[in-house]
Ligand binder design. Structure first.
Ligand code: HSE
Length: 336
């Protein structure tokens, strides 16, 4: 399978490392031989139709901070140039999420689908702003759109709800979908001020470059949009979410919750309404996980409530979700 990789940040580099280290295993176990034929970062591009040398790509990025120096030719191409000029099967979109216009990811995804490429996106922006129309575009162009890394990172939350609960009717769900705010609230529960807890999270590298995405609940809301569309088949986008972040959670709120044997958590819920908001959760509830963990409880008509807990972020974890999506795409196209 020939891949075009959009973005070569933490997730893109982790994917290259994972493909390199797992290439024999992927081939032996699944007959999968992915080759990255084109990649770009903010400063330039690298192209090799037979497949880029992944060790060299990673070393060049480490040495120069960009993959532009991989080769002296075709090193200035944009994502759209790569889509138009290369023979490829799958576009992997890993550029940063934004919730204003979702660019450049939106253009990468739509152009790729129009050119007949399947798409794997770990970028939440395009899905949060236009999930229903992107799904329609995929169907119209007879391509597959996969995005399991957008919710839960390496923890297969979307697959669990869609496939493991196949045939069930999920009536509601609620979860902690943002690791950074969970880390901050956990620290506050342990006595830290909001400011100190935020600084600690920043030092550990958890907070998004635009801190508002975490603190104001945009990241959690984007994940809620994706879940609501994929799992509940609701045709919703970001403006449909009622959203409150954690900036106004006070030490008193945390103390009052503790008196009731509860903790304050940023909860994304789908139950008649779609809401992201800080809420008191009983310490006995399996949803009440600490640190950077994510957790989600699905309530189904006949199977009761089930909770999945796992790490919701991280380069290598998210890269592993891309491999999962690649295998899924290969399995789907082999049925045709
Ligand atoms: N900022 C996100 C989080 C990263 O803290 O969960 C993963 O989407």
């Amino acid at each position: 399978m020939r891949l075009i990789l959009c973005g070569f940040g933490v997730v893109g580099q982790s994917l290259a490392k994972l493909l390199e280290s797992r290439s024999e295993d992927l081939y032996a176990r699944f007959g999968l031989k992915p080759r990255i034929v084109g990649v770009f970062d903010t400063k330039g591009s690298a192209v090799e139709s037979a497949g880029l040398d992944l060790s060299k790509l990673i070393n060049v990025k480490k040495k120069y901070g960009t993959i532009k120096k991989y080769s002296s030719s075709k090193n200035n191409l944009s994502g759209v140039d790569l889509i138009k000029s290369l023979d490829a099967d799958v576009l992997v979109e890993t550029t940063a999420s934004n919730y204003k216009d979702a660019e450049p990811g939106m253009t990468h995804i739509t152009e790729a689908m129009k050119h007949g490429l399947h798409v794997i996106s770990v970028n939440k922006g395009p899905l949060a702003l236009a999930f229903p129309s992107l799904m329609e575009l995929a169907i119209y162009n007879q391509v597959l759109l996969r995005f399991s890394g957008t919710v839960g990172g390496g923890t297969p939350i979307l697959d669990y709800a869609k496939n493991s609960l196949l045939g069930e009717r999920i009536v509601s769900f609620e979860g902690i979908l943002n690791g950074t705010t969970n880390y901050i609230l956990t620290n506050m529960t342990n006595g830290m001020s909001f400011k100190d807890a935020l600084n600690d999270a920043k030092q550990k590298g958890y907070v998004e470059a635009d801190e508002s995405l975490d603190l104001d609940g945009l990241d959690a809301a984007a994940k809620l949009v994706i879940l609501a569309n994929w799992v509940m088949e609701l045709k919703v986008t970001m403006p449909d979410i009622k959203r409150t972040g954690i900036r106004n959670v006070s030490a008193d709120d945390i103390k009052n919750a503790a008196k009731k044997n509860c903790a304050v958590k940023l909860i994304a819920s789908c139950n008649k309404e779609l809401i992201v908001s800080p809420r008191e959760i009983s310490l006995d509830d399996p949803l009440c996980v600490n640190g950077t963990l994510n957790a989600i409880s699905f309530t189904s008509e006949h199977s009761g409530t089930q909770t999945i807990i796992g790490r919701g972020a991280g380069g290598i974890e998210t890269a592993s979700s891309i491999i999962r999506d690649l295998l899924d795409i290969r399995q789907e196209i082999s049925k045709i």
